[in-house]
Design a protein around this ligand. Structure first.
Ligand code: SAM
Length: 418
Protein backbone atom coordinates (compact mmCIF):
# COMPACT_ATOMS: atom_id res chain seq x y z
CA UNK A 1 0.00 0.00 0.00
CA UNK A 2 1.73 3.14 -1.22
CA UNK A 3 0.67 6.68 -0.48
CA UNK A 4 -1.04 8.39 -3.33
CA UNK A 5 1.20 11.19 -4.49
CA UNK A 6 0.70 13.86 -7.00
CA UNK A 7 2.81 16.68 -8.26
CA UNK A 8 2.42 20.30 -7.30
CA UNK A 9 3.62 23.05 -9.49
CA UNK A 10 6.38 24.11 -7.18
CA UNK A 11 7.89 20.77 -8.01
CA UNK A 12 7.32 19.13 -4.65
CA UNK A 13 5.50 15.90 -4.28
CA UNK A 14 2.53 16.32 -2.07
CA UNK A 15 0.52 13.62 -0.42
CA UNK A 16 -2.94 14.69 -1.49
CA UNK A 17 -5.05 11.84 -0.32
CA UNK A 18 -5.02 9.28 2.43
CA UNK A 19 -3.12 6.11 1.71
CA UNK A 20 -5.04 4.40 -1.01
CA UNK A 21 -4.74 0.95 -2.39
CA UNK A 22 -3.36 0.96 -5.94
CA UNK A 23 -5.97 -1.49 -7.18
CA UNK A 24 -8.80 0.83 -6.18
CA UNK A 25 -7.11 3.71 -7.90
CA UNK A 26 -6.80 1.68 -11.09
CA UNK A 27 -10.42 0.61 -10.73
CA UNK A 28 -11.47 4.22 -10.63
CA UNK A 29 -9.32 5.08 -13.62
CA UNK A 30 -10.46 2.20 -15.81
CA UNK A 31 -14.09 2.55 -14.76
CA UNK A 32 -14.03 5.96 -16.35
CA UNK A 33 -12.78 4.49 -19.61
CA UNK A 34 -15.27 1.61 -19.44
CA UNK A 35 -18.05 4.07 -20.23
CA UNK A 36 -19.14 4.20 -23.85
CA UNK A 37 -20.25 7.79 -23.29
CA UNK A 38 -16.77 8.81 -22.20
CA UNK A 39 -15.25 7.03 -25.17
CA UNK A 40 -17.80 8.70 -27.47
CA UNK A 41 -16.88 12.09 -26.05
CA UNK A 42 -13.25 11.46 -26.95
CA UNK A 43 -14.14 10.30 -30.46
CA UNK A 44 -16.33 13.38 -30.85
CA UNK A 45 -13.42 15.68 -30.05
CA UNK A 46 -12.94 16.42 -33.73
CA UNK A 47 -9.62 18.20 -33.38
CA UNK A 48 -8.12 15.33 -31.45
CA UNK A 49 -9.59 12.43 -33.40
CA UNK A 50 -9.36 14.21 -36.75
CA UNK A 51 -5.67 14.90 -36.18
CA UNK A 52 -5.10 11.27 -35.29
CA UNK A 53 -6.89 10.22 -38.45
CA UNK A 54 -4.78 12.57 -40.50
CA UNK A 55 -1.64 11.21 -38.83
CA UNK A 56 -2.65 7.60 -39.45
CA UNK A 57 -3.98 7.92 -43.00
CA UNK A 58 -1.32 10.46 -44.02
CA UNK A 59 1.38 8.09 -42.78
CA UNK A 60 -0.25 4.99 -44.22
CA UNK A 61 2.46 4.45 -46.83
CA UNK A 62 5.30 5.00 -44.38
CA UNK A 63 4.05 3.28 -41.25
CA UNK A 64 0.70 1.50 -41.53
CA UNK A 65 -0.02 -0.17 -44.83
CA UNK A 66 0.86 -3.90 -44.78
CA UNK A 67 2.33 -3.43 -41.31
CA UNK A 68 1.54 -4.96 -37.94
CA UNK A 69 0.19 -2.22 -35.69
CA UNK A 70 -0.31 -2.14 -31.92
CA UNK A 71 -2.89 0.27 -30.50
CA UNK A 72 -1.90 0.94 -26.88
CA UNK A 73 -4.94 1.82 -24.78
CA UNK A 74 -7.35 1.24 -27.64
CA UNK A 75 -10.45 2.47 -25.77
CA UNK A 76 -13.32 2.24 -28.25
CA UNK A 77 -10.79 0.92 -30.78
CA UNK A 78 -11.10 4.02 -32.93
CA UNK A 79 -7.38 4.22 -33.76
CA UNK A 80 -7.30 0.47 -34.51
CA UNK A 81 -10.16 0.94 -36.97
CA UNK A 82 -8.32 3.83 -38.62
CA UNK A 83 -5.18 1.70 -38.89
CA UNK A 84 -7.27 -1.01 -40.57
CA UNK A 85 -8.72 1.62 -42.93
CA UNK A 86 -5.16 2.70 -43.72
CA UNK A 87 -4.34 -0.87 -44.77
CA UNK A 88 -2.65 -2.42 -41.74
CA UNK A 89 -1.96 -6.11 -42.20
CA UNK A 90 -2.86 -6.86 -38.59
CA UNK A 91 -3.87 -4.71 -35.63
CA UNK A 92 -3.59 -5.62 -31.96
CA UNK A 93 -6.04 -3.53 -29.93
CA UNK A 94 -4.74 -3.56 -26.36
CA UNK A 95 -7.11 -2.15 -23.76
CA UNK A 96 -7.22 -2.56 -20.00
CA UNK A 97 -10.79 -1.51 -19.31
CA UNK A 98 -13.93 -3.48 -20.08
CA UNK A 99 -14.11 -1.44 -23.29
CA UNK A 100 -12.01 -4.30 -24.71
CA UNK A 101 -15.20 -6.38 -24.75
CA UNK A 102 -16.97 -3.67 -26.76
CA UNK A 103 -14.18 -3.68 -29.34
CA UNK A 104 -14.58 -7.46 -29.50
CA UNK A 105 -18.28 -7.07 -30.36
CA UNK A 106 -17.42 -4.97 -33.44
CA UNK A 107 -14.56 -7.27 -34.39
CA UNK A 108 -16.72 -10.42 -34.10
CA UNK A 109 -19.41 -8.85 -36.25
CA UNK A 110 -16.85 -7.84 -38.87
CA UNK A 111 -15.24 -11.27 -38.81
CA UNK A 112 -18.65 -12.82 -39.55
CA UNK A 113 -18.88 -10.53 -42.56
CA UNK A 114 -21.84 -8.60 -41.18
CA UNK A 115 -20.35 -5.07 -40.98
CA UNK A 116 -17.14 -3.10 -41.35
CA UNK A 117 -15.35 -5.09 -44.04
CA UNK A 118 -12.15 -3.12 -43.36
CA UNK A 119 -11.92 -4.82 -39.95
CA UNK A 120 -12.54 -8.37 -41.12
CA UNK A 121 -9.95 -10.82 -39.77
CA UNK A 122 -7.53 -8.01 -39.08
CA UNK A 123 -8.03 -6.90 -35.50
CA UNK A 124 -7.09 -8.93 -32.43
CA UNK A 125 -8.21 -7.66 -29.04
CA UNK A 126 -6.05 -8.11 -25.97
CA UNK A 127 -7.59 -7.15 -22.65
CA UNK A 128 -5.36 -6.01 -19.83
CA UNK A 129 -2.67 -3.59 -18.80
CA UNK A 130 0.58 -3.22 -20.71
CA UNK A 131 2.39 -3.59 -17.39
CA UNK A 132 0.95 -7.09 -16.82
CA UNK A 133 3.34 -9.93 -17.74
CA UNK A 134 0.55 -12.23 -18.98
CA UNK A 135 -0.77 -9.44 -21.19
CA UNK A 136 2.73 -8.88 -22.56
CA UNK A 137 2.93 -12.58 -23.47
CA UNK A 138 -0.46 -12.35 -25.14
CA UNK A 139 0.61 -9.35 -27.25
CA UNK A 140 3.81 -11.18 -28.19
CA UNK A 141 1.76 -14.00 -29.77
CA UNK A 142 1.59 -11.58 -32.69
CA UNK A 143 5.32 -10.86 -32.31
CA UNK A 144 6.98 -7.46 -32.25
CA UNK A 145 5.12 -4.83 -34.19
CA UNK A 146 6.08 -2.38 -36.94
CA UNK A 147 4.13 0.54 -35.56
CA UNK A 148 2.62 1.61 -32.25
CA UNK A 149 -0.26 4.07 -32.14
CA UNK A 150 -1.66 5.51 -28.95
CA UNK A 151 -3.42 8.46 -27.41
CA UNK A 152 -1.76 8.63 -24.00
CA UNK A 153 -1.91 12.36 -23.35
CA UNK A 154 -3.27 14.23 -20.37
CA UNK A 155 -3.25 17.70 -18.94
CA UNK A 156 0.18 19.25 -19.51
CA UNK A 157 0.94 16.25 -21.69
CA UNK A 158 2.15 13.96 -18.92
CA UNK A 159 -0.29 14.25 -16.07
CA UNK A 160 -2.33 11.20 -17.00
CA UNK A 161 0.83 9.11 -16.53
CA UNK A 162 -0.05 7.07 -19.59
CA UNK A 163 2.93 8.27 -21.64
CA UNK A 164 4.93 5.98 -19.36
CA UNK A 165 2.78 3.05 -20.47
CA UNK A 166 3.26 4.11 -24.10
CA UNK A 167 7.06 4.14 -23.70
CA UNK A 168 6.99 0.79 -21.92
CA UNK A 169 5.03 -0.65 -24.85
CA UNK A 170 7.64 0.83 -27.20
CA UNK A 171 10.44 -0.89 -25.29
CA UNK A 172 8.60 -4.21 -25.10
CA UNK A 173 6.88 -4.53 -28.45
CA UNK A 174 8.36 -2.28 -31.16
CA UNK A 175 10.63 -3.78 -33.81
CA UNK A 176 13.94 -1.93 -34.27
CA UNK A 177 13.33 0.91 -36.69
CA UNK A 178 9.58 0.76 -36.14
CA UNK A 179 7.34 3.82 -35.95
CA UNK A 180 5.55 5.34 -32.98
CA UNK A 181 2.68 7.76 -33.38
CA UNK A 182 2.77 10.19 -31.61
CA UNK A 183 6.50 10.70 -32.00
CA UNK A 184 7.16 13.69 -29.74
CA UNK A 185 5.52 16.03 -27.26
CA UNK A 186 6.41 19.63 -26.46
CA UNK A 187 5.36 21.43 -23.27
CA UNK A 188 5.22 25.23 -23.51
CA UNK A 189 5.17 27.85 -20.78
CA UNK A 190 4.35 31.52 -20.91
CA UNK A 191 3.53 34.07 -18.18
CA UNK A 192 -0.04 35.30 -18.17
CA UNK A 193 -2.06 38.08 -16.61
CA UNK A 194 -5.72 37.39 -15.81
CA UNK A 195 -7.15 39.21 -12.83
CA UNK A 196 -10.58 37.63 -13.20
CA UNK A 197 -9.20 34.12 -13.05
CA UNK A 198 -6.94 35.04 -10.15
CA UNK A 199 -9.82 36.46 -8.13
CA UNK A 200 -12.08 33.56 -8.96
CA UNK A 201 -9.44 31.09 -7.80
CA UNK A 202 -8.62 33.03 -4.68
CA UNK A 203 -12.25 33.16 -3.62
CA UNK A 204 -12.77 29.43 -3.87
CA UNK A 205 -12.55 29.21 -0.16
CA UNK A 206 -14.57 31.97 1.48
CA UNK A 207 -12.83 34.35 3.78
CA UNK A 208 -15.93 34.75 5.89
CA UNK A 209 -18.54 33.25 8.17
CA UNK A 210 -20.34 30.24 6.73
CA UNK A 211 -23.58 28.99 8.22
CA UNK A 212 -22.80 30.83 11.43
CA UNK A 213 -19.16 29.73 11.83
CA UNK A 214 -16.20 32.01 11.17
CA UNK A 215 -13.81 30.26 8.75
CA UNK A 216 -11.29 33.06 8.37
CA UNK A 217 -8.58 31.20 10.33
CA UNK A 218 -8.53 28.63 7.52
CA UNK A 219 -8.26 31.20 4.77
CA UNK A 220 -4.47 31.12 4.44
CA UNK A 221 -4.08 27.32 4.29
CA UNK A 222 -7.00 27.16 1.87
CA UNK A 223 -5.38 29.77 -0.32
CA UNK A 224 -2.10 27.90 -0.24
CA UNK A 225 -3.92 24.72 -1.22
CA UNK A 226 -5.82 26.22 -4.11
CA UNK A 227 -2.79 28.03 -5.55
CA UNK A 228 -0.76 24.84 -5.47
CA UNK A 229 -3.15 23.34 -8.02
CA UNK A 230 -3.21 23.97 -11.73
CA UNK A 231 -6.36 25.45 -13.19
CA UNK A 232 -7.37 23.57 -16.30
CA UNK A 233 -9.27 25.68 -18.75
CA UNK A 234 -9.19 28.10 -21.59
CA UNK A 235 -8.05 31.66 -21.76
CA UNK A 236 -7.48 34.08 -24.56
CA UNK A 237 -3.97 34.38 -25.97
CA UNK A 238 -4.21 38.11 -25.22
CA UNK A 239 -3.59 37.33 -21.54
CA UNK A 240 -0.11 36.06 -22.36
CA UNK A 241 2.67 38.44 -21.41
CA UNK A 242 5.58 37.33 -23.55
CA UNK A 243 6.43 35.19 -26.51
CA UNK A 244 6.18 31.49 -25.61
CA UNK A 245 9.44 30.04 -24.38
CA UNK A 246 11.30 27.26 -26.11
CA UNK A 247 9.37 24.11 -25.18
CA UNK A 248 10.46 21.18 -23.09
CA UNK A 249 10.53 18.41 -25.68
CA UNK A 250 10.13 14.69 -25.17
CA UNK A 251 11.20 12.68 -28.20
CA UNK A 252 9.17 9.50 -27.79
CA UNK A 253 11.53 7.56 -30.05
CA UNK A 254 14.47 8.09 -27.75
CA UNK A 255 13.35 9.25 -24.33
CA UNK A 256 13.53 6.94 -21.36
CA UNK A 257 10.97 6.37 -18.65
CA UNK A 258 13.24 8.15 -16.18
CA UNK A 259 13.23 11.24 -18.40
CA UNK A 260 9.53 11.62 -17.65
CA UNK A 261 9.85 11.25 -13.92
CA UNK A 262 12.35 13.93 -13.06
CA UNK A 263 13.08 16.90 -15.27
CA UNK A 264 13.68 20.61 -15.20
CA UNK A 265 12.23 23.31 -17.40
CA UNK A 266 14.17 26.55 -17.51
CA UNK A 267 11.72 29.42 -17.63
CA UNK A 268 13.11 32.60 -19.13
CA UNK A 269 11.09 35.34 -20.68
CA UNK A 270 11.10 39.02 -21.48
CA UNK A 271 7.80 40.66 -20.56
CA UNK A 272 6.25 42.21 -23.63
CA UNK A 273 4.02 44.57 -21.64
CA UNK A 274 3.63 45.94 -18.13
CA UNK A 275 1.10 43.84 -16.24
CA UNK A 276 0.53 41.86 -13.06
CA UNK A 277 1.75 38.35 -13.67
CA UNK A 278 -0.78 35.93 -12.21
CA UNK A 279 0.90 32.71 -13.19
CA UNK A 280 2.34 30.56 -15.88
CA UNK A 281 0.25 29.24 -18.70
CA UNK A 282 1.17 25.90 -20.15
CA UNK A 283 0.03 23.92 -23.14
CA UNK A 284 1.47 21.23 -25.35
CA UNK A 285 1.90 20.13 -28.92
CA UNK A 286 2.05 16.55 -30.09
CA UNK A 287 3.93 15.50 -33.23
CA UNK A 288 3.29 12.49 -35.39
CA UNK A 289 6.24 11.47 -37.51
CA UNK A 290 7.05 8.00 -38.74
CA UNK A 291 10.49 6.47 -38.38
CA UNK A 292 13.04 7.65 -39.29
CA UNK A 293 11.89 11.13 -38.25
CA UNK A 294 12.86 14.39 -39.92
CA UNK A 295 13.03 12.97 -43.40
CA UNK A 296 12.41 15.76 -45.88
CA UNK A 297 9.90 14.88 -48.56
CA UNK A 298 11.23 14.23 -52.03
CA UNK A 299 10.64 17.07 -54.43
CA UNK A 300 8.22 14.88 -56.30
CA UNK A 301 6.30 14.28 -53.08
CA UNK A 302 5.97 17.91 -52.10
CA UNK A 303 2.67 18.24 -53.87
CA UNK A 304 1.32 15.23 -51.96
CA UNK A 305 2.43 16.68 -48.65
CA UNK A 306 0.72 19.92 -49.60
CA UNK A 307 -2.50 18.08 -50.40
CA UNK A 308 -2.48 16.44 -46.99
CA UNK A 309 -1.70 19.66 -45.25
CA UNK A 310 -5.29 20.66 -44.54
CA UNK A 311 -6.62 21.90 -41.23
CA UNK A 312 -8.45 19.54 -38.93
CA UNK A 313 -11.42 21.10 -37.27
CA UNK A 314 -15.11 21.38 -36.84
CA UNK A 315 -15.51 22.97 -40.24
CA UNK A 316 -14.74 19.57 -41.68
CA UNK A 317 -17.65 17.16 -41.59
CA UNK A 318 -15.35 14.58 -43.08
CA UNK A 319 -14.44 13.05 -39.76
CA UNK A 320 -17.37 10.72 -40.24
CA UNK A 321 -15.60 9.28 -43.24
CA UNK A 322 -15.82 5.57 -43.83
CA UNK A 323 -14.65 3.60 -46.85
CA UNK A 324 -16.85 4.32 -49.81
CA UNK A 325 -17.61 7.87 -48.73
CA UNK A 326 -15.78 10.96 -49.84
CA UNK A 327 -12.80 11.15 -47.49
CA UNK A 328 -10.83 14.07 -46.09
CA UNK A 329 -10.74 17.04 -48.41
CA UNK A 330 -13.35 17.27 -51.10
CA UNK A 331 -12.23 14.91 -53.81
CA UNK A 332 -10.50 11.59 -53.57
CA UNK A 333 -7.97 10.92 -50.84
CA UNK A 334 -4.51 11.62 -52.18
CA UNK A 335 -1.96 8.84 -51.99
CA UNK A 336 -0.10 9.32 -48.70
CA UNK A 337 3.48 10.52 -49.07
CA UNK A 338 5.98 7.66 -49.19
CA UNK A 339 8.19 9.16 -46.47
CA UNK A 340 5.24 10.09 -44.32
CA UNK A 341 3.72 13.29 -43.12
CA UNK A 342 4.55 15.33 -40.06
CA UNK A 343 1.28 16.15 -38.33
CA UNK A 344 0.97 18.27 -35.18
CA UNK A 345 -1.83 18.39 -32.66
CA UNK A 346 -1.63 21.71 -30.88
CA UNK A 347 -3.59 22.69 -27.80
CA UNK A 348 -2.08 26.13 -27.37
CA UNK A 349 -2.50 29.69 -28.58
CA UNK A 350 -0.70 28.96 -31.84
CA UNK A 351 -3.31 26.32 -32.67
CA UNK A 352 -5.54 28.70 -34.59
CA UNK A 353 -2.65 30.02 -36.61
CA UNK A 354 -1.53 26.49 -37.39
CA UNK A 355 -5.01 25.44 -38.41
CA UNK A 356 -5.47 28.55 -40.53
CA UNK A 357 -2.13 28.01 -42.20
CA UNK A 358 -3.10 24.50 -43.06
CA UNK A 359 -1.26 22.55 -40.38
CA UNK A 360 -3.19 20.42 -37.92
CA UNK A 361 -4.61 22.28 -35.00
CA UNK A 362 -7.71 23.29 -33.23
CA UNK A 363 -10.58 25.02 -34.91
CA UNK A 364 -9.73 28.47 -36.21
CA UNK A 365 -13.17 29.76 -35.24
CA UNK A 366 -12.70 28.97 -31.55
CA UNK A 367 -12.53 32.16 -29.53
CA UNK A 368 -10.45 31.21 -26.52
CA UNK A 369 -7.64 28.72 -26.70
CA UNK A 370 -7.43 25.95 -24.23
CA UNK A 371 -4.43 26.20 -22.00
CA UNK A 372 -3.42 24.39 -18.91
CA UNK A 373 -2.96 27.26 -16.59
CA UNK A 374 -0.45 26.75 -13.89
CA UNK A 375 -0.73 29.28 -11.19
CA UNK A 376 2.61 29.75 -9.66
CA UNK A 377 2.68 33.29 -8.50
CA UNK A 378 1.20 35.24 -5.64
CA UNK A 379 3.34 38.23 -6.41
CA UNK A 380 1.07 41.07 -7.35
CA UNK A 381 3.83 43.44 -8.42
CA UNK A 382 3.43 44.41 -12.08
CA UNK A 383 6.16 42.90 -14.22
CA UNK A 384 7.55 45.80 -16.22
CA UNK A 385 7.85 45.39 -19.95
CA UNK A 386 11.31 44.32 -21.10
CA UNK A 387 12.15 42.86 -17.69
CA UNK A 388 14.03 39.65 -18.20
CA UNK A 389 12.91 36.88 -15.83
CA UNK A 390 14.68 33.60 -15.32
CA UNK A 391 13.55 30.77 -13.05
CA UNK A 392 13.77 27.00 -13.17
CA UNK A 393 10.77 24.72 -12.78
CA UNK A 394 11.59 21.31 -11.35
CA UNK A 395 9.14 18.51 -11.84
CA UNK A 396 9.48 15.26 -9.94
CA UNK A 397 6.86 12.59 -10.36
CA UNK A 398 6.72 9.32 -8.52
CA UNK A 399 6.58 6.05 -10.38
CA UNK A 400 3.16 5.36 -8.89
CA UNK A 401 0.21 3.90 -10.71
CA UNK A 402 -1.77 6.26 -12.94
CA UNK A 403 -3.42 9.11 -11.13
CA UNK A 404 -7.06 9.96 -11.50
CA UNK A 405 -8.82 9.97 -14.81
CA UNK A 406 -10.74 13.05 -13.75
CA UNK A 407 -8.06 15.21 -15.30
CA UNK A 408 -8.61 13.74 -18.75
CA UNK A 409 -12.26 14.62 -19.23
CA UNK A 410 -11.27 18.23 -18.87
CA UNK A 411 -8.65 17.95 -21.53
CA UNK A 412 -10.49 18.29 -24.77
CA UNK A 413 -14.14 18.01 -23.97
CA UNK A 414 -14.21 21.21 -21.98
CA UNK A 415 -12.40 22.96 -24.76
CA UNK A 416 -15.07 21.78 -27.15
CA UNK A 417 -17.91 23.04 -25.02
CA UNK A 418 -16.52 26.52 -24.63
C1 SAM B 1 -7.32 8.46 -23.68
S1 SAM B 1 -7.99 6.91 -23.88
C2 SAM B 1 -7.77 6.72 -25.63
C3 SAM B 1 -8.75 5.75 -26.22
C4 SAM B 1 -8.65 5.63 -27.72
N1 SAM B 1 -7.34 5.19 -28.11
C5 SAM B 1 -8.97 6.94 -28.37
O1 SAM B 1 -8.07 7.55 -28.94
O2 SAM B 1 -10.12 7.38 -28.31
C6 SAM B 1 -6.75 5.90 -23.17
C7 SAM B 1 -7.15 4.46 -23.08
O3 SAM B 1 -6.02 3.73 -22.64
C8 SAM B 1 -6.43 2.76 -21.69
N2 SAM B 1 -5.27 2.51 -20.83
C9 SAM B 1 -4.72 3.38 -19.95
N3 SAM B 1 -3.66 2.84 -19.34
C10 SAM B 1 -3.53 1.59 -19.85
C11 SAM B 1 -2.62 0.53 -19.61
N4 SAM B 1 -1.65 0.67 -18.70
N5 SAM B 1 -2.74 -0.62 -20.32
C12 SAM B 1 -3.75 -0.75 -21.23
N6 SAM B 1 -4.67 0.22 -21.49
C13 SAM B 1 -4.55 1.38 -20.81
C14 SAM B 1 -7.60 3.41 -20.98
O4 SAM B 1 -8.47 2.44 -20.39
C15 SAM B 1 -8.26 4.19 -22.10
O5 SAM B 1 -9.29 3.49 -22.73
Amino acid sequence: MAPSEDVTMDGKNEVKKPVEDGENKEDFYFTFYSSLQNQANMIGDVSRTGTYRKAILGNAAAAIRDKVVLDVGAGSGILSYMAAQAGAKAVVALEASSMAEKIQILVDQANKGETNPHLRNRVRVVKGMVEDKKVQEDVMKTGKVDTIISEPIGVMLLHERMVETFLLARDLFLKPGGSILPSAGHIFFCPFSDEGLFNETEQKFFNQTLFGTDFTALYEPARTEVFAQPVVGIFPPTSLMSAPMAPKTFDFYTCKLDDLLDFEIPIEFIASRTAVMHGLASWFDLDFEPSPPNQPADETEEELVRQWDYPVGQASANWLWMPGELPLNPGPTPEPPRKGLKVTLSTGPNAGALAASGAAGREPERKGRRLDQVQASRDLQPVPADLQVSVRLSVALTAATPTLASRRPALFRDAQRS
